[in-house]
Design a protein around this ligand. Sequence first.
Ligand SMILES: [Zn+2]
Length: 297
Amino acid sequence: MNPFGSKYKNTLLAALIESNISSWKPQLQFVELAAQQVLYESGDELSCIYFPVTAVVSLLHILENGDSTEIAMTGREGVVGISVFMGNNATPSRGVVQQAGTAYRVNSCFIKEQFAESLVVMQLMLRFTQALISQMSQVGVCNRHHGIEQQLSRWLLFNFDRIDGDHLHITHEQIAHLLGVRREGISRSASDLQKLNLIEYQRGNLHLLDRQGLRAVACECYGVVKQEYARLQANPRSVNTPRDALTRLEHMMSMAGRYLVDVAHGEGRDLNHVLISTFYFLCNCFFIGSHHCLCGF
Ligand SMILES: [Zn+2]
């Protein structure tokens, strides 16, 4: 039995090492990550990547004035440091440990070799990257369109899905910083959730009392992201062969052509959206083997 297959371990790593367990095992360093530990800064070249086990890591976007907002979080379902295998060691985001815990650290050179040599590794990594992109997109929409109480509930559920137990160690100030809103708004919303007996909060300890109740308060974004992760990480051992890829390439060209014709006739959206959607769609079809995505195709 795969020793990493337990629900308490990292599910992406469990699937990856199945491809070549004798090569992977000597590369894994089990490490403790402290709360607020910076794994990498914006612009850093990454020498290693992390597969969280009990830790949760926030990916922060940094503004010129130093302010930052969380754009995604990663826990035991994924990996921190995707820029290593996406062809560029440097990253524009900052990776900070939000919930202390454990992780497996793996050298970047080994990951690059595996990504280049193994179709299984490449597809698993790309599927996770697509799921991460969907989380980032949905968080962007959430921040713009949904109220603080809904955002807070969604954010709490994202966290509780990635940890064991029902306790988070975090202050209102830290949550406000991550969501990019005022602390007063978080305190007010947390107080409302307490009155509904959904959570209990005391001096930096947040206790989940009613997950279903919190789910009812959260916006649709929680379900959308959860569903997308489940879809993309289902059947981790299924691999597209080169013949599959060629068939998809033909289908992709046909679909992309039709879409661009629609755009030319004024039925598309603004140019940025078209470019991003087309790129995302091509990646979906060619590398990942999925013919639909969140961009509306
Ligand atoms: Zn939302």
